[in-house]
Write a protein that binds this ligand. Structure first.
Ligand code: B12
Length: 455
């Protein structure tokens, strides 16, 4: 029988950003699926295992196990196949490094890369000597066919989401994630936070989003299956917060309400830090969310200008519904965080300034202002890939040229939006500010400089 080792590589990010440590759900799902089909599978998350190991290079920080440790893990496991996750473009060099190490341990090891980046650029990923196969899209079935002998670019039809086993969390050092306690929302007040995926994909096609070509249509798991998994997380791991990773949790209202009613009695907190589809919300749904344990809601507003939202971003959102929803959250005790994207060539300086003022006006507790980034897979990327270098695009750099605002000015402006908006909580809600920054620093034994780093 073939043996598979799945590795989540070390992680690189701007050294001004906060580190995170999440269970890598992609390889956790694949491991569960392979195991169900009788495959001998092991996993290694370099981020959790080497969380404190940091190296710095040109304004970027990489954290996670070093090369020697990864080499020893591969040697000890002695696998036939090594699969590595490459969730995003910025992680490509880390994924390749792990596969190079695998080949250096034993050149007969078959290597596989999967995740968002190789899915949208399969031929580029396959062009590296250390990569034997690339799995496009969701990787469960493709990985099984690679185990059964396929190679090269492998694609499978999306599976029925209710037939995929729960992620194999038992193969990961769950206690280490709880101990590090840096989930996607680093300000989470809870101690045992874990990730949960209740649906895959999104029915919309926002201009900047890189997963529009990834999952096909939106597919939600049955509410009962989500409730059963949530119960299992509470009973087996003592989880006190469910961190929903869905790209669009609220697509089907009846399913969401059934899930919320079903997890309410578990008495856990709930968050969806990637953001929910705002147009899918209403006051009643917010109340169900509050009742089920939501303590914060992320509003991906992107722009407060309806023309930019409609004609440039193609986001189905009527801006006038946002403010009353944010106010209702405040009334019922859910904190609000907003996402904005700055730097569309069609946006004026005034438009971006207006977004900053708008965030204050509607009373968001916190916000992230990100620079427009051409991530592979997005329509934006295809419009620009022949014109600019998209390789090192990241959300704090102005990669897309703006017709009237110089790059540095744009970067400085957006940086000041982040700093000033989040600092302004001090005057807007002083108690909230103290508990958010100083409370988190105390609870997590972090210095205040670390906790005030960028989101
Ligand atoms: C969790 C997450 C993070 C975590 C990552 C840490 C971790 N350990 O997971 C954190 C919070 C750090 C993060 C940060 C960012 N993220 Co993020 N993140 C996600 C998120 C919400 C969930 C990923 C996930 O677990 N999905 C669920 C699992 C089941 O799906 P999956 O990981 O895709 O895995 C499947 C397939 O990809 C494939 N697969 C995956 N690995 C492997 C391995 C093998 C061998 C095979 C065969 C297949 C395979 O099979 C899996 C099962 O079907 C996704 C959006 C999403 N919902 O997918 C964005 C996403 C991955 N992030 C994205 C982005 C842009 C970012 C940020 C740049 C933006 C930001 N401002 O936050 C930063 C990047 C920081 C940096 N320096 O690189 C983009 C990636 C775009 C791109 N092409 O590069 C995504 C797709 C969101 C989006 N729609 O645009 N993120």
């Amino acid at each position: 029988m073939k043996k598979v080792l799945l590795i989540f590589p070390p992680f690189t990010q701007p050294d001004t950003a906060k580190k995170r440590c999440l269970v890598p759900m992609g390889i956790a799902y694949i491991a569960g699926y392979l195991r169900k089909h009788g495959v001998d599978v092991e996993v290694y998350d370099s981020v959790v295992e080497g969380y404190e190991t940091e190296r710095y290079h040109k304004g970027m920080m990489t954290f996670g196990s070093n090369d020697d440790t990864i080499k020893n893990v591969i040697k000890k496991s002695n696998p036939d196949i090594v699969g590595v996750s490459c969730l995003m473009t910025q992680q490509k060099h880390n994924a390749l490094r792990v596969l190079n190490i695998a080949k250096s341990v034993n050149s007969h090891i078959k290597t596989v890369m999967g995740g968002c980046h190789p899915s949208v650029l399969p031929n580029e990923s396959l062009s590296y000597d250390s990569v034997d196969s690339v799995a496009i899209g969701e990787g469960e079935a493709s990985m099984l066919s690679i185990v059964n002998g396929k190679s090269g670019v492998v694609r499978s039809s999306p599976l029925d989401v209710d037939t995929i086993p729960f992620p194999a969390r038992d193969l990961f050092s769950m206690e280490k994630y709880f101990k590090i306690n840096m989930p996607e929302n680093p300000f989470s007040p809870n101690k045992r936070v874990t990730q949960l995926v209740t649906s895959r994909g999104c029915p919309f096609r926002c201009y900047f989003c890189s997963t529009v070509r990834f999952h096909g249509s939106w597919r939600g798991r049955k509410a009962q299956s989500v409730i059963d998994e949530s119960k299992h997380l509470v009973n087996s791991y003592g989880v006190d917060e469910l961190n929903i990773l869905d790209e669009n949790f609220v697509v089907k209202r009846s399913r969401v309400i059934e899930i919320l009613k079903g997890i309410k009695h578990l008495d856990v907190s709930v968050s969806n830090p990637g953001g929910v589809w705002i147009q899918g919300l209403d006051n009643e749904l917010l109340e169900y969310m509050k009742d089920a344990g939501f303590y914060q809601l992320v509003f991906p507003i992107e722009s407060s200008n309806p023309k930019i939202l409609k004609d440039v971003i193609h986001k189905p959102l009527e801006i006038e519904i946002v403010e009353p929803l944010v106010k209702h959250c405040r009334k019922i005790g859910i904190d609000t965080h907003g996402f904005f994207i700055c730097g569309f060539p069609q946006q004026t300086r005034e438009d971006m300034q207006n977004d900053f003022e708008y965030a204050k006006k509607i009373g968001l507790d916190s916000a992230s202002f990100n620079l427009l980034s051409p991530f592979p897979g997005s329509d934006l990327y295809y419009d620009y890939r022949d014109k600019i270098d998209t390789d090192d695009a990241n959300y704090i750099k102005a990669t897309i040229p703006h017709p009237t605002i110089p790059k540095e000015e744009l970067e400085d402006m957006v940086n000041s939006f982040n700093v000033n908006f989040n600092k302004s909580l001090k005057w807007r809600r002083p108690i909230k500010y103290i508990s958010k920054y100083y409370g988190t620093a105390l609870r997590k034994h972090l210095d205040i400089k670390t906790i005030t780093k960028r989101q």
